[in-house]
Design a protein around this ligand. Structure first.
Ligand SMILES: *[C@@H]1O[C@H](CO)[C@@H](O)[C@H](O)[C@H]1NC(C)=O
Ligand SMILES: *[C@@H]1O[C@H](CO)[C@@H](O)[C@H](O)[C@H]1NC(C)=O
Ligand SMILES: *[C@@H]1O[C@H](CO)[C@@H](O)[C@H](O)[C@H]1NC(C)=O
Ligand SMILES: *[C@@H]1O[C@H](CO)[C@@H](O)[C@H](O)[C@H]1NC(C)=O
Ligand SMILES: *[C@@H]1O[C@H](CO)[C@@H](O)[C@H](O)[C@H]1NC(C)=O
Length: 512
């Protein structure tokens, strides 16, 4: 944990080798400051980061320092939504509300009576439910699979609210949750229980770098992937209900239906509390069992989740936004093959606009003469490749080295930033991890076709193809295949293809 906390302590004045030009210094300082943060956070989307950053203290509502994990650990699990004020919110709202909801692991097959505890975070609407401007609740999923909804809402709640709320017209409750197996939802799919050992493991993976970082890297990464995934598939001690068997997206969609129902129930209770009178609750606020409708906004994998919900419960769709749509076929087949088709275009766009803006608006532009997009690209490649054999030492109380892999990961992280582009990089003191890598593995394996046929040769072929399609991020992307292949974690709950029925065609932005 030491290492994570100390990141970002960059001192441009004396950390950089003296030979670099002032501009390059500036650029590297900017890149490095970001790189350090990014590789531990956004960069952890797939393989390269630290999945459990369990460091931090927060100001709780009572002015007491509360640890994020400890808080969730002590929050009681209930069959209804019973909220507790929790982490303080930002300018656009009051404190967040937290709840833990008890839900069955297996809705369908009766293989177990066990339940699990779903962690829910709500950013309350700025008006009470009894106000005519109250627009109901919007459920959010940040993507993944394995992305933390509570972490996402906590970091990005303001940006979402700015988008969906219409002043004096509609104001929404925003709600997100850590899907089964993920983050603060318990039991979590957590293959290395000891957080220190887990952290050490992930640092080891991260320090290996990306595949082309050395000729030995791919072999080591491959072996580590097998070690982790197969250890992760070992059976639990006798009788312990095994959440790994119940994490298909169909189950998560069913959980969302339950949240929608429980929200309806909560809304009526809340209205009665506010109105203080049982006869007088407007019919729009009454709970309508089995008729409540979802309002939903899902990003990336969250579009697969939203479409699955719509396919399973078409009559329960109120409004649904699918944003950054996943190719459901490719995901179901566990191919992960068409995600990068436009990535390079994106990057070319960045180079183009950098050249257009010029220096100093774009630090990568040529300071002394006209810049072209090609010039910017060359410069980025030059800087990146110069680190391949000459990593950059960072002098600070916690020494650091910036490598070729770090910068490549940074570019990947920046490109992979799903959803709201205004979400700032999370500080290490801000709570939960963005992504649970073991949960990613369990969910993607449960949803997708069996991958046990993928051997190292096939994998290398895949990785090379991804690097060909997208030279800038292909190597990082292909690491996703490590975590979804060769697993014995198979579903015993149904999967439900979002392909089997078409999703509702009208996707309306909530609020208008
Ligand atoms: C900026 O442009 C000048 C003139 O074309 C060129 O000599 C120089 O190498 C360029 N610098 C960078 C950093 O691209
Ligand atoms: C990139 O590096 C090459 C070789 O060192 C050099 O000739 C070229 O001018 C550099 N380009 C830029 C834009 O810095
Ligand atoms: C992160 O921490 C730094 C230093 O404490 C601070 O300047 C910055 O505003 C913080 N960023 C966010 C997003 O809170
Ligand atoms: C790897 O898998 C491919 C395709 O299934 C197969 O053709 C090949 O022989 C395998 N290679 C090894 C070394 O097992
Ligand atoms: C559970 O039900 C699904 C769908 O009905 C079925 O495909 C699956 O095999 C069942 N699993 C078990 C363990 O019974």
């Amino acid at each position: 944990m030491e290492k994570t906390q100390a990141r970002g302590l960059i001192r441009p004045s004396h950390q950089l080798p003296q030979k670099r030009s002032g501009l390059v210094k500036l650029l590297l300082a900017a890149i490095c400051a970001g790189a350090i943060v990014a590789r531990l956070q956004t960069g952890s989307w797939f393989l390269f980061g630290v999945s459990s950053t369990r460091t931090t203290a927060d100001e709780g509502t009572h002015g007491v320092a509360v640890d994020w994990d400890t808080f969730w650990d002590t929050l009681p699990t209930r069959p209804k939504l019973e909220y507790t004020p929790c982490f303080d919110q930002t300018p656009l709202g009051g404190p967040f509300q937290c709840a833990r909801l008890e839900l069955p692991m297996d809705y369908w097959n009766g293989t177990t009576d066990a339940t699990f505890s779903l962690a829910i975070l709500r950013s309350p609407a700025v008006v009470p439910v009894t106000d005519p401007r109250y627009g109901g609740v919007i459920l959010l999923n940040p993507g993944g699979p394995g992305g933390s909804g509570v972490g996402f809402l906590r970091r990005g709640g303001d940006a979402i609210r700015k988008t969906v709320d219409v002043k004096d017209h509609k104001h929404y409750d925003l709600l997100s949750f850590d899907p089964r197996g993920v983050g603060e939802t318990t039991p979590a799919v957590d293959c290395i229980k000891n957080p220190t050992l887990d952290h050490a493991w992930q640092l080891r993976v991260m320090e290996e770098g990306i595949f082309e970082a050395s000729d030995a890297a791919i072999g080591r990464l491959w072996a580590m992937s097998i070690a982790r995934s197969q250890s992760c598939s070992l059976p639990l001690p006798d009788g312990e209900p095994d959440i790994r068997k119940y994490v298909t997206t169909a189950s998560v969609a069913r959980d969302m239906l339950e949240i929608v129902e429980r929200h309806g129930e909560w809304r009526e209770t809340e209205a009665r509390r506010l109105l203080g009178c049982v006869t007088n609750v407007p019919s729009t606020l009454l709970y309508k069992p089995e008729e409540e409708k979802i309002q939903y906004w899902g990003f990336s994998y969250g579009t697969y989740l939203g479409n699955t919900f719509a396919a399973m419960f078409p009559d329960r769709v109120g409004r649904l936004i699918v944003d950054g749509v996943v190719d459901a076929y490719d995901y179901k087949k566990s191919l992960w093959s068409d995600n990068l088709l436009d990535t390079e275009k994106d990057l070319q766009g960045l180079y183009y606009h950098c050249a257009r803006a010029g220096y100093p608006a774009c630090a990568l532009a040529n300071q002394t003469s006209v810049t072209t997009a090609k010039g910017v690209e060359d410069r980025v490649l030059n800087i990146t490749y110069s680190l391949y054999h000459n990593p950059l030492p960072v002098i600070s109380p916690s020494p650091e080295v910036i490598t070729y892999s770090d910068v490549k990961n940074l570019i990947f992280a920046a490109q992979n930033k799903a959803g709201i582009s205004t979400i700032p990089l999370r500080n290490q003191t801000e709570g939960s991890a963005a992504m649970s890598i073991d949960a990613t593995m369990a969910i993607a394996c449960s949803d997708g076709d069996d991958q046990s046929w993928v051997n190292r040769t096939t994998f290398e072929k895949y990785a090379k193809e991804q690097a060909r399609v997208s030279p800038s991020v292909g190597s990082m992307w292909s690491a996703i295949r490590y975590v979804v292949m060769d697993r014995s974690l198979r579903h015993s709950t149904p999967t439900y293809s979002a392909l089997t029925r078409s999703a509702p065609s009208s996707l309306e932005l909530a609020g208008d």
